[in-house]
Design a binder for this molecule. Structure first.
Ligand code: SF4
Length: 372
């Protein structure tokens, strides 16, 4: 396998947020020991299959990884990256779960980045989102993360709840930036149909914002975050220079990664075939050792995925290289599509790389659809 990252999924939460369709379950007692055993076994299977070198980055996501005892995380970090020079180790956390000792132990084990699920700096919106914490707990969590000695602290925000205005969002962003994060991920609220919120979405009053209102909120978020000294480097991601996520950038550029845990995905682009591995999202089956589903990715599909991901980033995507390497039959057609996008003012060429304008980034999914 070429340079690779590792994603570890912790699929347990305290309660279920009404909009969530991630792989996660609400259990009274988390089977931490059994789950840790299953992860270590999966990792040892990866090593036997030839994953030998040190990872570029490790990311613990969920679910709620902050419900994981520090001792388990320490053990996992040692197993996955012990002694290796890993560029970045990130752990996601929810406010209210972790204390100073948890942060201190994780930084001691090699964690360099915390991603705090603040989601909102407004208690009414937090309640509406079904979150377990309030703004005070959110501020405390960011403060502890910053005081832990980790290199970077990121916060997640969700915008687009009913009735939220651009001014409201700008005010929340000002409040969050006063806490001093190095990175902010601001996500539009997406409501999957098969969730409690999805089932009552049509009856909400006030209603969820429409596409135009969401676009206005996205613009407001970008402009406020830029005033706070953050630069947008992906459609939802903002960082102070030097604090961009190594792990996410590797993923967006089509790099290989190992996915460990229930519902985790892996991708290997280094061999003769490009392979996607998908673990069972049934936690019980995963812990009982159900093998991952293996799927061969066709070069043209991978090329389209790279375009889709690249058009969401500040770096854009080298259309010429991607099409030439993966699907030479479409080089000319893709060049014409890219020229049209540039002529419409949604992107510019930097050599053969098509770089989206701010407006183009907002339309990234629509623009990517032209290459399908
Ligand atoms: S904490 Fe995150 S993963 Fe858990 S239910 Fe809420 S949104 Fe989903």
């Amino acid at each position: 396998m070429s340079a690779f990252s590792i994603y570890v999924h912790f699929p347990f939460c305290k309660g279920r947020c009404p909009y969530c369709d991630f792989v996660s379950m609400d259990v009274d007692v988390i089977p931490t020991e059994r789950y840790l055993g299953a992860l270590l076994e999966e990792w040892s299977g990866c090593k036997m299959a030839g994953v030998e070198r040190e990872p570029l980055s490790v990311y613990f996501g969920g679910g709620t990884p902050s419900l994981w005892p520090a001792a388990d995380l320490e053990r996992l970090i040692r197993a996955l990256a012990g002694g290796a020079k890993v560029s970045e180790v990130t752990v996601e956390l929810n406010p209210g779960d972790a204390d100073d000792e948890w942060f201190r132990r994780l930084v001691g084990a090699g964690v360099s980045r915390f991603s705090v699920g603040v989601q909102a700096m407004d208690d009414d919106r937090l309640r509406w989102l079904g979150r377990r914490h309030d703004t005070e707990a959110a501020a405390r969590a960011v403060e502890m993360a910053r005081g832990s000695g980790a290199r970077s602290v990121s916060v997640d925000l969700i915008y687009g709840t009913p009735g939220q205005t651009c001014d409201d969002l700008a005010r929340e962003i000002r409040m969050v930036c006063e806490l001093g994060p190095d990175h902010v991920s601001a996500y539009e609220l997406t409501v999957a149909p098969d969730t409690p919120l999805g089932r009552r979405a049509a009856d909400l009053d006030p209603a969820l914002p429409d596409q135009d209102a969401m676009a206005d909120l996205w613009l407001a978020a970008g402009s406020q975050l830029e005033k706070e000294g953050m630069e947008r480097y992906e459609v939802s991601s903002y960082a102070r220079p030097g604090h961009e996520s190594v792990h996410n950038r590797h993923y967006w550029s089509g790099g290989s990664y190992v996915g460990l845990g229930a519902g985790a995905h892996g991708f290997d682009s280094g061999g003769d075939l490009m392979i996607r591995l998908v673990n069972s999202s049934d936690v019980g089956k995963y812990m009982n050792g159900e093998p991952a589903q293996r799927e061969v990715i066709l070069p043209l599909d991978h090329a389209r995925e790279l375009v889709m991901l690249g058009l969401r980033t500040r770096e854009g995507v080298d259309i010429e290289r991607v099409s030439r390497d993966l699907a030479p039959e479409i080089v000319k057609r893709w060049r014409r599509i890219a020229e049209d996008i540039v002529n419409q003012g949604h992107a510019r060429f930097e050599g053969e790389t098509i770089v989206p304008t701010s407006n183009g980034m907002l339309l990234a999914d629509t623009l990517a659809g032209k290459f399908f």
